[in-house]
Design a binder for this molecule. Structure first.
Ligand code: NOJ
Length: 523
């Protein structure tokens, strides 16, 4: 992993959407103190890292991904002091905290943008990507136009209320496209370093970086953006060498070069991630095909020099919840995969209890279909599922209305629950370096339709064969040697003989292999 912080090598993350985790002041929306209160729950599950979605001042047109003050916790979540205290309490429990850095754009209400819309030149004139005439749009980016005395159109990065910050153009083609080393782009970069410095000085451990690959424009092969992140990483190595960076980029060969420690596997684009979980015939339903996922994963793995630092999340605030597609048994098969892959696992709050996707909700704060995956955490059977003491009509997003909705408390009290199963898997991962974030992987069977997905994880002398057979029929896996020990099994029986094992349909199996075994596996 290079010079990454040691804690990251074994971290298992828990993602928190702060609006919906725990409300301690009865206003219907989660807050920082609520997260602090629930840290022991997260630690008990086995997680040692947190990713908190943006919790800064914002008009909340995109749930906080439209920041209007990078250095101030939004009032509705509490104060900066509350967040500093969260860092402290998390550290006492051995939990490290990543904040969500949104460097690609701000809200259109950000004071930088308001200044930048003025006709008179000022410090912020070049902070955003502007054309030099209202009649010219920044090709390929979408734009904000006709809203400012300034004569120009401003590029946007996502929604139209999210103007793109200016880090320059790798290959400037128009007079208004500034090179990456022009004064304006360099000032933007320094401003973002200041934001990072501010939170790191106060105890934050690093950042999940939103749309990390989007910063430099006209940068098809990412060279400009990689160089920019290398410069930021050099600053971090000087001032905060233990700080971690995880990117939303989806191209680990680029992001890792840029100095990120790990990169997310994205649910959009070419990853085939959703072939496994969220499509008509997901692999973990037993009817689908994992082979295109495996091919793409392997390509990325090879291109990033087999570093394997590709984080595969259980879900996130942008995806439909896993439980919409998979039943309890299938969720368990999926978790056996998610918690035995390289790169730090990320559990989306509530996925560990099988929280459902809430259908037919009106969009809240730019959530659209994502809103149903952002409903309040279900803690127990008390009012509002223990999320908040506010009247239920005042909740930020309505709860899952199902009276049988799962709760954390119910699951903690049931030894056979999904949550305890997830906890066991995390424990297993932590006990075996081969299964961990830095263990190597080689695929031996690629999960073609009707066939198992089999991979070998290894680190040092330890080798673990993982067999995922979600299909309904049993499978015979042949390998060279004798397994030393069955480490974990879910689903039906498995039987072994010299050189082969037979696994039941709808099962997962982890086998510790003896050292001498070669990687000859087939079915
Ligand atoms: C990715 C974030 O995960 C998503 O929630 C947000 O809407 C966009 N980036 C824009 O910041």
């Amino acid at each position: 992993m290079g010079k990454g912080p040691l804690w990251l090598e074994n971290a298992v993350f828990y993602e928190i959407y702060p609006q919906s985790f725990k409300d301690t002041d009865a206003d219907g929306i989660g807050n920082i103190d609520g997260i602090t209160e629930k840290l022991p729950y997260i630690r008990e599950l086995g997680c040692t890292g947190l990713w908190i979605n943006p919790c800064f001042e914002s008009p909340f047109g995109d749930a906080g991904y439209d920041v209007s003050d990078y250095r101030k916790v939004a009032q509705r979540y509490g104060t900066n002091e509350d967040l500093f205290r969260l860092f402290e309490e998390a550290h006492k429990l051995g939990i490290h905290v990543l904040l969500d850095l949104v460097p690609g754009h701000t809200s259109w209400k950000h004071p930088w943008f308001i200044e930048s819309m003025k006709a008179e030149k000022n410090e912020y004139t070049d902070r955003y990507v502007w054309t030099d005439s209202i009649w010219e749009e920044p090709k390929g980016y979408g734009s904000l136009r006709g809203i400012s005395p300034r004569n120009g159109s401003c590029a946007v990065n996502f929604f139209t209320h999210q103007p793109a910050l200016n880090y320059g153009f790798y290959k400037p083609e128009r007079p208004w496209q500034q090179p990456v080393d022009a004064e304006g782009p360099l000032a933007t970069r320094e401003a973002m370093k200041d934001v990072m410095r501010f939170w790191l000085e106060h105890g934050c451990d690093g950042f999940r970086v939103d749309m990390a690959g989007s910063l430099v424009k006209n940068d098809e092969d990412g060279k400009g953006t990689i160089a920019l992140w290398q410069d930021i990483r050099a600053f971090l190595d000087r001032e905060f060498p233990d700080s971690a960076l995880v990117s939303e980029w989806g191209e680990p060969d680029k992001s890792l070069q840029g100095g990120f420690h790990m990169d997310f596997l994205l649910h959009f684009g070419p990853s085939h991630y959703n072939d496994l979980f969220r499509c008509e015939e997901p692999f973990f339903k037993g009817t689908g095909d994992a082979s295109e996922f495996v091919a793409k994963y392997t390509e990325n793995y090879e291109r990033s020099e087999r570093k394997g630092l590709i984080c595969i999340p259980s879900g996130n605030h942008d995806m439909i919840r896993l439980a919409k597609y998979l039943n309890d048994e299938e969720l368990r098969l999926a978790f056996a995969f998610l918690l035995s892959m390289p790169g730090a696992p990320f559990l989306y709050y509530g996925d560990e209890i099988g929280m459902r996707y809430v259908e037919n909700l009106t969009s809240v704060e730019g959530g659209y279909e994502r809103t149903g995956s952002r409903s309040p955490m279900q803690w127990d059977k008390s009012r509002n599922a223990g999320f908040s003491d506010a009247p239920s009509e005042a909740l930020y997003i309505p709860l899952d209305p199902d009276p049988e909705r799962p709760t954390a408390e119910g699951m903690m009290n049931d030894p056979a629950s999904l949550r305890n199963y997830v906890k066991d898997l995390i424990r297993m991962r932590n006990a075996h370096p081969a299964l961990g974030n830095l263990g190597e992987i080689s695929f031996v069977l690629d999960g073609r339709k009707g066939h198992p997905l089999v991979y070998l994880r290894s680190r040092g002398d330890e080798k673990i064969l993982v067999v995922q057979n979600p299909a309904s029929s049993p499978a015979v896996i042949r390998f060279d040697g004798t397994p030393e020990k069955e480490l974990f099994r879910f689903g039906g029986d498995a039987s072994f003989s010299e050189g082969s094992c037979t696994v039941s349909g709808r099962s997962a199996l982890f086998l510790l292999l003896s050292n001498q075994v070669s990687n000859q596996v087939s079915n």
